[in-house]
Design a protein around this ligand. Sequence first.
Ligand code: EPU
Length: 455
Amino acid sequence: MNSLVEDAQKAGARVGMTADKIVINGGKPLQGRIRVRGAKNLVTKAMVASLLGDTESLLRDVPAISDVQVVRNLLEVHGVLVSEPESGELVLDPRNVKSAHFAEIDAFAGSSRIPILFCGPLLHQLGEAFIPDLGGCRIGDRPIDFHLDALRAMGAIVDKGYEGIHLTAPDGLHGANIELPYPSVGATEQVLLTAVRAKGVTELKNAAIEPEIMDLIAILQKMGAIISVEPNRVIFIEGVESLRGYTHTAIFDRNEAASWASAALATEGDVFVEGAKQQELMTFLNIFRKVGGAFDIEDDGIRFYHPGTPLKPVVVETDVHPGFMTDWQQPLVVALTKAEGVSIVHETVYENRFGFTEALIEMGADITVHKQGLESVTRRVPRRPLEQAAVITGPTKLHGADVHVPDLRGGFSHLIAALTAEGRSTISNVGIISRGYEHFIDKLKTLGADFSVAS
Ligand code: EPU
């Protein structure tokens, strides 16, 4: 077992997810109501932002997922006092921030890429930061060059060693003109979390503008930062000397919402996702409708359902916001195996995010993954040299199989595939799904899935 899996399982145990295997008897539509809480991809960053304040912060709607636990552990080894006065609320007190030992950080960081975002705040608070080897889902190379280049531009000295990366800023951090080679979510967050307390103004060009980034900017503004988002992916950050704590309710997890939506469609079910909002899901909703899915938007959530008419094929390419998110394609691909005709999904954000299709093929899906993008008249220009294409021909009936979860989103798509399949599937390594899906076992139960768990 590799350390990524072990970490996910250990952290999973702390968030009430001790199962390693789940045995699913497929063929039952998912029906009922579940709730999504704060977004994994905001909450973890908001927790890091608390390090920048000189008073405590209160974060609400925090999901019980193992990535949150990992960041909590990392904050605690750096002296942040973390408490949970109510379920879903975290109080983060950074008043006694201290350096942590190499070994401690390494032990807790294992399965997450979040440690890279500690750089700026720790450099401001302590004058140094240590970043161990980074984990995260196995979906490609996932370099950190944009992060390190931005930190260097703002005055950090980066020493790469055998165990990880050591950063210092002997002359303090200062504003800079930075242009990202690609609108990277993480690198944009890196610049925000560093520039807010750097001396002078930072101009960030080609920034990512995902809703979770806008929510992080809202948090930083509450803390006292001055950040303006300009047209054409430009963000200006005027550094301030100090920041205070914040009180904030996290934006909902649109990736989780889209996952349950695809699960409802693929299983011919009907799921009300409480907490889902239209605005952040518009691009997803368009594709969902084109495939033949139905939805009703209410004030407190969105009902996603299969209307009983045949599903239709689509051509989709993943992209940065406001495009179709890379995290939405895996669950959708399962629904596309039910569509009548040929669908094409281009993955343009990561270079290896179709690994999960192998298990679907084993279950009877007709999917061909091409190592390069496909030319087509309906396509905009090919996006990046690393893009790949999956061609899904449907409709196919899936049958049960034994499957090993490779990564977070791929793992969720395997759950959906097993729920739609005829017969029994055994899915192992499901602990990894608790990195980003709160209480997914309980939610499956609520929605009437027929399954049992084994540790
Ligand atoms: N990239 C570089 N160099 C860098 C940073 C990124 O080449 O220094 C490349 C990546 O290799 C990739 C592309 O830029 O090809 C986009 O990566 P990005 O930095 O935008 O992704 P990230 O910040 O590492 C976050 C989410 C991902 C989500 C992506 C895209 C978190 C913790 N992770 O990753 O979420 O897919 O943005 O929106 O916020 C997930 O939730 O399952 C997940 C993987």
